[in-house]
Write a protein that binds this ligand. Sequence first.
Ligand SMILES: Cc1cn([C@H]2C[C@H](O)[C@@H](COP(=O)(O)OP(=O)(O)OP(=O)(O)O)O2)c(=O)[nH]c1=O
Length: 191
Amino acid sequence: MKLSLPLVLASQSPRRRELLGQLVTHFEQRSADIDEVRQPDESPASYVARLAQEKAQAVAQLEPNKWVLGADTIVVLGARIFEKPQDEADCLATLSLLSGQTHQVMTAVALCKGNQLLHQTVSSNVTFRPLSTSEMVAYWQTGEPADKAGGYGIQGLGGCFVSHLSGSYSAVVGLPLCQTQQLLQAAIKES
Ligand SMILES: Cc1cn([C@H]2C[C@H](O)[C@@H](COP(=O)(O)OP(=O)(O)OP(=O)(O)O)O2)c(=O)[nH]c1=O
């Protein structure tokens, strides 16, 4: 059963809109324009959580009477964080590093209303089979990687690279359904 509350999605992501539509009856959508810059010594989990909160808070200032949902997704391999690729060379370099390895996809969700804040971060392990240079080049040319963290989409052709997933599929796509539903239920209780 879908939830009902005054809600704004602070995102321009079509994936997040579609996933949130599975959870709630109605919501508005406004894009949140924030600087995505990691602070020195900021851990990946702290960084992704901060970005989700800043997105939610930026729109919450404009919509003080509604709950505002912000989210952010990053790909993490060891000490490195991969966001959307800047160009083809950046994407191929990222996919070469992910090839044959297990990385983490972290998605943070923040729900904000006035000075109330609810948030959660979900981390999933994704294993890629080894990738050849020619298939990485062909993949870039499809256009799919350009707007996705880590330069791939598990929900699209990039799903063929994934030999194993441990965690939340919807979180990898951009919005964890289970945890977001729990946050929305908590928001309804707080309202
Ligand atoms: C790893 C992975 C990421 N992604 C997407 C989820 C996010 O939309 C995007 C990461 O960029 P984000 O900066 O998290 O989000 P966004 O710019 O798309 O949207 P907004 O800030 O307006 O909310 O990568 C996939 O769609 N599939 C995947 O398999």
